[in-house]
Design a protein around this ligand. Structure first.
Ligand SMILES: [Zn+2]
Length: 503
């Protein structure tokens, strides 16, 4: 693997990066969207995607070009860039998707890679085996072995300056995905698509998508560009980026348009159900849904495809801006409210807080606590890890209220973080914006912070003064930490009262 990918900025595991594509002599900024161009049906011309939508890279199916005599000849004689009138980078697929859909293709890895190189592809793909979700472990492992053989073969093929994809398979087995990623990363190949995700995406299994991407990411180096193959719905881009995906491809913009379906960042609408367009793009600003309905089929399909592309590229820009500002997780949180399965995906992301924490910046503009899911953010985890290293001594009051002279020190307590010395109050993320009406998870996580601190400092006497935490949160506070409710049983807050008890 060459030095083709450089990360500029991180937020959680999401990143802004630069993918250098030597054969096209371009640098693609990631996260990037690759519109899928069907060699036979160009709903929106690639040249327009470049000039009007800002596409820096697209993807087309090398196998379809290979399999159709006319297309093959013109691709070979003109080259893809002239054929499509597109000066950005062009990635080609190998037919693996056709293999997964129809069970059979008649080309092998060496042949299809030679062909992709010969038609001027900038990033080619070997023929891997896209193992579907939920198959037996044996099948997943067997097919993975075949995929790995093909990746090793692909690494031997003379591909010149063309970069080569190394798809990561493994069905719905996280350990197989992780191993597949490690083995793929160990080849000399360049870009790492997480493959066979389309069935999960079609079924809105976003928690599984997050788990599989997380597993793949554990096996890949930080310098590996990761492509979520087949993911084209803007609703889930922020979630996937936060988990570390860099590239997306959209056939959805055109496929949905064909069925009068209208993409939004919150889900999909049917044109016939819309009285108003909830969008600012040029198409929606200059048409009403009724006007679009009364267009001829071809015009309506094209206009809907253009709207779908605008929304899709718009979300990529919004995500990049969020990474720059350090509020990607707030964006994920907002998107998670669009659909219950997205909320599952966001909750699954919280399960991987440790992985996100590894690259999450130490400081950002602001932390907004927006729901119980915010309590699972990597910043909270990091604070809890730091609590173990803070110096604590004597008798310490941990309080949501004022300082108390009866103690050696009075630390602040802010849910969901838990306790910290007062002089850290303005330090990110402890300067978080937190609502007044908190949920139970915030208190529970704060209690976990108290527990972490107390366990790391068994010789210190801690007392917790809280504002009426729910019993389930207080249950998480260790028994040797005295607790009292501020303004209710303050007397209990005097350490002299229970000196014997804690001795
Ligand atoms: Zn629009």
């Amino acid at each position: 693997m060459g030095d083709w990918f450089e990360v500029r900025d991180y937020d959680a595991a999401g990143r802004i990066g630069e993918l250098t594509v030597p054969r096209a002599d371009v640098t693609v900024e990631t996260p990037a969207l690759l519109p899928v161009v069907n060699p036979h049906v160009r709903t929106v011309e690639p040249a327009r995607m470049e000039s009007e939508f800002g596409a820096e890279i697209l993807i087309t199916n090398g196998y379809i070009l290979y399999g159709s005599e006319d297309a093959r000849e013109s691709a070979l004689s003109d080259g893809l860039h002239d054929l499509y009138d597109f000066s950005g980078a062009i990635m080609t697929d190998s037919g693996s998707f056709q293999l997964s859909e129809y069970g059979e293709i008649d080309v092998d890895t060496r042949e299809i890679l030679d062909f992709q190189r010969d038609i001027g592809s900038d990033i080619g793909t070997p023929v891997d085996i896209p193992t579907p979700p939920d198959v037996s472990r044996e099948q997943a492992a067997d097919e993975l072995a075949t995929t790995q053989e093909r990746l090793e073969l692909a690494a031997e093929v003379e591909t010149g300056e063309m970069l080569v994809n190394a798809p990561v398979q493994g069905s719905t087995y996280p350990d197989l995905r992780e191993r597949a990623a490690r083995d793929a990363y160990g080849t000399d190949l360049d870009v790492f698509p997480v493959g066979a995700m389309v069935p999960l995406l079609n079924d809105y299994r976003f928690a599984d998508v997050v788990d599989m991407v997380a597993a793949a990411k554990r096996g890949l180096g930080a310098d590996a560009p990761v492509h979520l193959f087949g993911a084209g719905h803007p609703m889930m881009f922020a979630l996937a980026v936060a988990m570390g995906c860099d590239l997306f491809d959209s056939a959805a913009y055109a496929l949905y348009a064909r069925d009068d379906r209208y993409l939004t960042v919150r889900g999909t609408e049917h044109l016939e159900d819309l009285e108003y367009f909830p969008c600012e793009c040029p198409i929606c600003a200059s048409h009403t849904p009724d006007e679009l309905e009364s267009c001829g089929d071809a015009d309506r399909e094209r206009l809907l495809a253009e709207h779908n592309l605008h929304v899709t590229f718009g979300e990529i820009r919004r995500i990049k801006q969020a990474i720059r500002q350090g509020n990607l997780l707030e964006l994920v949180e907002a998107r998670a409210r669009g659909h219950p399965t997205m909320l599952d995906g966001y909750r699954a992301l919280g399960d991987h807080a440790e992985q996100l924490e590894a690259t999450d910046p130490a400081t950002k503009d602001a932390f907004f606590y927006l729901s119980g899911e915010s309590a699972a953010r990597p910043e909270v985890l990091r604070h809890h890890q730091r609590l173990e290293r803070l110096d604590a001594d004597g008798e310490i009051l941990l309080t949501e209220g004022d300082t108390n002279e009866a103690y050696d020190e009075s630390w602040r307590v802010v849910p969901p973080f838990g306790p910290f010395p007062r002089d850290l109050s303005e330090v990110y993320p402890l300067n978080a914006e937190v609502p007044e009406r908190l949920d139970e998870r915030a208190y529970a996580r704060a209690a976990d912070g108290v527990a972490r601190l107390a366990e790391a400092n068994p010789d210190v006497d801690f007392t917790l003064g809280h504002t009426g935490w729910p019993a389930r949160a207080l249950d998480r506070v260790p028994a040797d930490v005295d607790t009292y409710e501020l303004g209710v049983d303050d007397a209990f807050g005097d350490p002299e009262d229970d000196a014997d008890e804690t001795a």
